[in-house]
Design a protein. Structure first.
Length: 171
């Protein structure tokens, strides 16, 4: 599963908490960016699709590997996955269905969260670019949509309960 959304929405924090709750490995997509991507973003330059494809492929392959190492097949990642094409690429490269957990909130809430982050390469100036690029998951995509208003710990627990309920319903 991939916790997705624009920069500053809490993907890494929620993803790590959810992975802990699910006893699953956690992968932060930021760790899979090549240095050139990080340099561009650090300078406030948005990535292009050409920049993103190899990064998304690296992440999807690692997510597939980690999920195959678990009997339940669950691994959790935090990744922006802003456009449907990126989500489709992640699914195709992973070779398996992926549940996307879309964290969304107002620009003001996200900008405030970004201003409190320490030592992150993504400047707040790129938030508007990400919001412009964002294509929220459509009804036909395998996704949960979660408002980031509540505290992060409450978000992870709420998402966990939704996943458990969905698994019971499909059994």
């Amino acid at each position: 599963m991939i916790v997705m959304g624009v920069t500053g929405c809490g993907k890494s924090t929620v993803g790590a908490a959810l992975a802990g709750r699910l006893n699953a490995p956690f992968l932060d997509a930021d760790d899979y960016h090549p240095p050139a991507n990080i340099e561009k973003m650090s300078q406030g330059i948005p990535l292009t699709d050409v920049d993103r494809w190899p990064w998304l492929d690296r992440l999807a392959l690692e997510l597939r590997e980690k999920s195959r190492q678990k009997p339940d097949g669950i691994a959790v990642s935090a990744c922006s996955a802003l456009r449907r094409a990126y989500r489709e690429r992640l699914i195709a490269t992973a070779g398996a269905p992926i549940l996307f957990i879309f964290l969304h909130g107002t620009r003001e809430v996200i900008a405030r969260r970004m201003q409190t982050r320490i030592d992150h390469f993504m400047p707040t100036t790129l938030l508007d670019s990400q919001l412009a690029t964002l294509e929220p998951p459509a009804a036909d995509e395998n996704a949960l949509s979660v408002d980031i208003g509540p505290m992060v710990s409450a978000l992870a627990e709420d998402i966990f309960r939704q996943i458990v309920a969905a698994r019971k319903a499909s059994s």
